[in-house]
Design a protein around this ligand. Structure first.
Ligand SMILES: *Cc1c(COP(=O)(O)O)cnc(C)c1O
Length: 286
């Protein structure tokens, strides 16, 4: 990476993270009194983005990072230069997890939490492999709930959430069940009222708390992404997963030229990350 482009990317990511933190703070103040006053954890979702951007965000003080593909988290977490510069990084796995990939995922350095436990079979597999790794701490997991009922989304059905939570909590002794997670429908129009996915997850938490005689602050809620994290916090989120607002829009194909006319911060960040991609290619040539 050249000095100039590193400076530009650093300035952009630093500004974006500061702005997200300010927005988190403002949203916390708007939370109703009955909800626990927990400052939400910011998970920076770095999927599809080069490790250089993770290193920049880390240098700004960001510690929690989220990835949703096993192959990608393996590549990044085992990367020598990233391990050297980000020794205290905390990885969150936030994607659909197949049981045959559990072992590889659990072996990565600095795995902090698996947010997407959606069936007991998967929980058992995670529990078994974490035991063989003989880690000093239990592995934090969340139960993922399919609050929108969409077929293409993972997660346990809301009415089975309590059952799964109980099984994981009671039978997986190497895991620490810390809360509930949802992705939810992408197209909720906030002008039509609270997001029903968030309401549903709150309802699930209430049932879990009743069943185990826990207070609300003992069960975390992972909900809210770039376009709705403030709304999620107002409704009680304790863990927001923010990607594009920090790192720029994701380009899955190499045709970013088509949409370069908007002046949103994401398109600007996108430009920076394209710069870095280009530089990476140049690095390889030399
Ligand atoms: C990609 C992703 C996010 C972040 O999405 P943005 O809209 O870029 O903030 C959050 N959660 C999950 C599970 C994701 O896959």
């Amino acid at each position: 990476m050249t000095f100039r482009s590193a400076m530009a990317a650093t300035a952009d990511i630093s500004k974006a993270i500061k702005s997200v933190f300010e927005r988190i703070e403002v949203a916390c103040v708007k939370r109703p009194e009955i909800l626990p006053k927990i400052t939400p954890r910011l998970v920076a979702v770095s999927k599809t983005k080069p490790k250089e951007l993770i290193q920049i965000a880390y240098a700004q003080g960001q510690r929690h990072f989220g990835e949703n593909y096993v192959q990608e988290i393996l590549e990044k977490a085992w990367d020598d230069s990233l391990r050297g510069t980000c020794q205290d990084i905390k990885w969150h796995f936030i994607g659909h997890l197949q049981t045959n990939k559990v072992k590889k995922l659990l072996e990565i350095p600095n795995l902090y939490m698996v947010e997407t436990v959606d069936r007991f079979k998967l929980a058992k597999e995670i529990d078994k492999h974490w035991r063989t790794l003989q880690q000093p701490q239990k592995l934090k997991v969340m139960v993922q709930v399919n609050t929108s009922g969409e077929e293409n989304k993972s997660g346990v059905a809301p009415d089975m959430c309590c059952t799964l939570y109980q099984e994981v909590k009671e039978k997986c002794t190497n895991l620490e069940t810390v809360g509930l997670m949802t992705i939810g429908a992408f197209d909720h129009d906030l002008s039509r009222g609270p997001n029903p996915d968030f309401q549903c997850l709150l309802q699930c938490r209430e049932e879990v708390c009743k069943k185990f005689d826990l207070s609300l602050d003992q069960v975390e809620l992972s909900m809210g992404m770039s376009n709705d994290f403030e709304h999620a916090i107002i409704h009680g989120s304790t863990n927001v997963r923010v990607g594009s607002t920090i790192f720029g829009a994701r380009t899955y194909a190499a045709k970013s030229e088509e949409k370069s006319s908007t002046s949103s911060d994401s398109s600007k960040n996108n430009h920076i990350s394209n710069e870095i991609q280009k530089l990476k290619i140049n690095d390889k040539k030399t």
